[in-house]
Design a protein around this ligand. Sequence first.
Ligand code: PRX
Length: 673
Amino acid sequence: MKSLKTNLDLNPVYPPSDTIQKRAYISSLDEYLKMYNASIEDPVQFWENISAQFFWKSKPAGRFLSYNFDLQKGPIFVKWMEGASTNICYNLVDKHVQDGYGNKVAYYWEGNEPSEQKQITYQALLQAICKCANVLKSLGITKGDRVAIYMPTTIEAIVVMLSCARIGAIHTVIFAGFSADALAERMIAAKAKLLITADGTFRGTKFIPLKSIATQALIQCKAADHPLHHCIVFNRLQTIKQPSNIPDIPWDDSMDHSWEALIASASDVCEPEWVDAEDPLFILYTSGSTGKPKGVVHTGGGYLLYAATAFKYAFDYHPEDIFFCSGDLGWITGHTFNVYGALACRSTSVIFDGIPTYPDGGRFWDLIDRYKVTTFYTAPTAIRTLMKLESSYVTKHNRTSLRILGSVGEPIDPSTWTWLYEVVGAKRCPIIDTFWQTETGAPIICPLPGFTPLKPGSATLPFWGIVPTIVDDHGVDIIGEGKGHLVIKNPWPGMARTIDGHHQRFQSTYFEPYNGYYYTGDSAKRDADGYFWITGRTDDMLNRSGHLISTAEIESTLMQHPSVAEAAAVSASHAIKGESIHCFIVLKNGWLYNQMIDSEIKSIVRNKLGAFAAPDLVYPVPALPKVGSGKIMRRLLRKIVRQEVHFGDTSTLVDQNIIDWLRILTLHKVKIS
Ligand code: PRX
């Protein structure tokens, strides 16, 4: 931290503007260091102070924090506030209503069609949650039961999540872009007792038949000896004005229930269930580098503290702000920033069940203007899609309400960062590049809007309570500047507690590689200022002629060619160099791939990163294979360039057809390489 003071002016940085700084909770290096040092020197005192903002029915029975990160001493565990009882839903909703904020809008919702609009106040949200909680109880759901949610981003999906929390049931939200196989696999793994879904939704002009998919998944559950007895179906399509191309919705009277009918007759009074701070709140499945998806378990008490604190400081959130996170509820981003962290800070949020390019490429900017959004949080992949288009889609909207822009999910390359900063934010809004994971609960490395001087592409500095470091392959700490595996040395309240039913896998994935540290699975470098630069998953590292190169580094260099809209780099084995580098690129509208572009692209990488990193082959493709969250499935590209025929689990791919045409497009080139 010392070096930050002395060296910062050596590097090109974007300091916070006076306007942002003036209002900020943290507006100087001294303030940052004071809070940060307090959080790592005495974490118990630090988080105990924060916990005083929330309601606890009883205090922790023993120690505020107990943990073991040392496998030699026994199983890994982390417990914050064990024995304290609370209810997270009570803290997020009831408390604000009791404090007189019942009329404040909690959510503005907009559907795929701009005409589909709803809003809900805290008071109305509380009533809706109580009704839904009573419905769950009437169907036999009690504390500890698992409830699967397969719904589009709607107020009702949030109501279901919070109703589960209210009665102590554990929700598992399954992204509404997953296939029937993926849904069934997760419902079986979670031992879900009940499924809540919707009739369907639209993504642009494409109809997504959620109920048909859910029905197929329920058949699979039955065949696997895990029958669910109830399925509640929310009528999402009721707000569609011209329901022309909607096929029939399958219905089974023996188990399907209409959400509207059940809610209509339910009481709007439901006492919260007081649960232990360490009782599970939710399970969220995330892909593992091998094998089955991992059911990451978060508990209520610590997660509440960490999610709320991260939301407040990372976005410098004040209750008059309007927050818009484009992330889906089925990802941790949606859980923490559309629901738990946001409501804990008494936020007003915009949630959106549509895509950024429908009805045109200006949709995000239009939403921002209409709802006077102050804080917009999205993923680099969405930004890169929009960068391909004319900038007039952005500039025809005035965006003057915007104060802060945020990015999450993958490294944001400097070209995308700069476009977001200059074109969208008109050089007024800091870009908050938040590094985190499903397992971390909320950001662990990120800038703070009013203090952190920004460097495009760096997630910057650790958040409260996080002690990150970089280790080499042998687990030895790299001091000062360097490159290696990113690990966290200490426990923090929002971290995952286990993988559901597989604690051994939790230990071996996160704690065995570098015993005693939480292993993120990411590589990173630390610069002279102590800033962290996430360079991609360790499993996305390439080793070409003895040089370790991250796919993210190559990709961000490819993006510097004016024709490139999106890029992905993977490796195939090579007899001499160890690995050869294969790059997939999506061209911006109006560009045609030719020999000249091919050699320009290769020489950009050669020039910027060195000859060792120059691509062996570049494939122009119309689209990259992506999972629902927008992340590129590099594993699939790797198998394609290696001419493998077994692709493993690809159920999370948004477009299954992409596999065949990527194979065809690459076949000829791979043969000649
Ligand atoms: O590789 C990192 C990347 O996303 C991974 C976590 O993915 P997931 O659990 O799906 O959660 C995503 C949303 C929090 C990380 O291991 N990642 C996430 N944020 C960033 C990032 N990589 C670079 N920069 C980020 N800001």
